[in-house]
Design a protein around this ligand. Structure first.
Ligand code: 6GU
Length: 272
């Protein structure tokens, strides 16, 4: 359970570093962090300096909070996130979402790099998350509920806000961008799925699979935030093509679709 006192301490620390009062939050997935470099008048705070943030030694992620202005919006962006597979508790994974809410963030854009389960998708496609399936067998809200943060049994019939989705689709259409839509399944990792597991996941109704996003989205909804989820499909999931998966390919494709992704999110911010 997140303690109100910790959240407020962290909020006050961040507020002491900037005059911006962000209303939009961004969680930037693997290979997608460059969007944070476009934030103007930015203050950059390494996670290691932020009170109550988890201590991370992971390489390959920037691990910093960036606050400033992007397309007319005051934003707070996580460049790099905490993953469950790294050994963080779900409290640690989702604490930054509580802090964003306390900062005044009402709309959260969560992004990730993930695998395509729907065989009609292609590597390099972007996918609007319409819903999710939690396959991990745990939930970030397990434990005593802090009623100051949200209700015990939150409704999750619309985790990914309909109006924000419709706005994203309109922006994509204007940009002549093919934006896929589908269900994201959360897999703990760090091993990818087997071909049999991918067949199972497809049968269950998912279009993509990845190792993040769902815990943050659940906590955001618990805190009555509006969530928009965008996935970058970096590769076909296991067993679809006759080739093994590797993390380098995931990072490489994510960086190839970077421009598309950055333009889409900037367009969305402009219209918000
Ligand atoms: Cl195929 N699976 C998972 N769980 N995460 C991924 C992925 C696949 N591709 C990129 N990230």
């Amino acid at each position: 359970m997140h303690k109100t006192e910790h959240i407020l301490e962290t909020r006050d620390f961040i507020l002491s570093k900037t005059n911006y009062r962000p209303t939009v939050g961004l969680i930037l997935g693997s290979g997608l962090g460059t969007l944070a470099d476009e934030i103007e008048n930015s203050v950059v705070i390494p996670y290691s300096e932020i009170p109550h943030f988890a201590k991370s030694e992971a390489v390959g992620h920037a691990n910093e909070l960036v606050i400033g202005e992007l397309k007319g919006q005051a934003v707070v962006a996580m460049k790099g996130r905490f993953h469950y597979y790294e050994g963080f508790t779900l409290d640690e994974v989702t604490f930054p979402v509580r802090v964003m809410k306390a900062l005044g963030v009402e709309k959260l854009i969560v992004t990730n790099a993930c695998g395509a389960v729907n065989t009609s998708f292609n590597p390099g496609d972007l996918m609007l998350i319409t819903d999710h399936i939690n396959l991990v067998g745990t939930n970030p809200l397990i434990g005593p509920n802090n009623p100051e943060l949200g209700t015990r049994f939150p409704d999750v019939s619309e985790v990914y806000n309909k109006e924000l989705r419709s706005l994203a689709l309109n922006v994509a259409a204007k940009q002549d961008l093919k934006l896929q839509q589908g269900v994201y399944a959360w897999w703990s990792g760090p091993s990818y799925e087997t071909p049999a597991e991918i067949r199972m996941i497809r049968t269950l109704g998912a279009d993509s699979v990845g190792m993040s996003t769902v815990p943050e989205a659940i906590v955001a909804v618990h805190g009555s935030m509006k969530v928009l989820g965008i996935s970058c499909l970096t590769n076909m999931a296991c067993g679809i093509l006759d080739q093994p998966l590797n993390h380098e390919e995931v990072i490489e494709v994510a960086s190839m679709v970077r421009t598309k992704f950055v333009n889409l999110v900037k367009g969305i911010l402009e219209e918000m």
